[in-house]
Design a protein. Structure first.
Length: 202
């Protein structure tokens, strides 16, 4: 059973799910991997999908504002960050570009700096009061695993101050030749079941 700092919810309560979607293709391989995961989301859950390519977030400027104040000097991600702080489940859904995230999604990850600064510069513990469970779904056109492992590692580092319990990751490799295989889809489905069926939304 997945362990979390959050107590089990009351019977009948439905989770809020925030999906950070990093592919420029709305219905491509990366979305198909997410669809397999999403089969476990219970009916009545609130699901928000934030497309990094549609919103084109600004990059972190290292301006130092969040070291002295709550929030960010740039306000284009205010609604996203509010949704992030409120969500129960956070899912990063991304293709791998050169062993990393695509630039628009990486900009969102970098903008989590506001929480690092809150924790380490301003002494806010924890910088986000509500705990959440997180997962990573990633696709890679080639058959290698280095990039998939790196995006997982990058997010796990970010999650250390985001009050996240990282449930796991599901990968689809070699999608340029095979698309998203049934084996990869099954991995995503099982990850969804681990989060939604085996933890707190029974």
């Amino acid at each position: 059973m997945l362990k979390s700092k959050r107590k089990p919810v009351e019977s009948g309560e439905k989770p809020s799910v925030l999906v950070l979607y990093g592919s420029p293709h709305s219905k491509g391989n990366t979305w198909r991997l997410y669809e397999a995961f999403a089969q476990s989301i219970p009916k009545g859950a609130t699901v928000q999908v934030y497309s990094a390519y549609d919103h084109r977030p600004e990059p972190c400027l290292d301006c130092g504002y969040c070291s002295r104040h709550e929030g960010c000097s740039q306000h284009d991600l205010d609604d996203f960050m509010a949704a992030f702080e409120a969500c129960d489940i956070f899912v990063v859904v991304t293709p791998v570009y050169y062993n990393s995230f695509p630039a628009p999604l990486k900009a969102v990850i970098d903008r989590f700096q506001r929480y690092f600064s809150a924790r380490f510069d301003r002494g806010v513990k924890p910088p986000i009061a509500k705990p959440r469970v997180a997962a990573v779904l990633a696709t890679c056109g080639s058959g290698e695993r280095d990039g998939l492992n790196e995006v997982r590692a990058q997010f796990k580092r970010a999650a250390t101050v985001l009050n996240c319990t990282v449930a796991g990751a599901a990968f689809a490799r070699g999608t340029d030749e095979t698309g998203v295989t049934e084996k990869a889809r099954d991995s995503a489905r099982r990850l969804g079941e681990k989060i939604f069926d085996g933890w707190m939304f029974e």
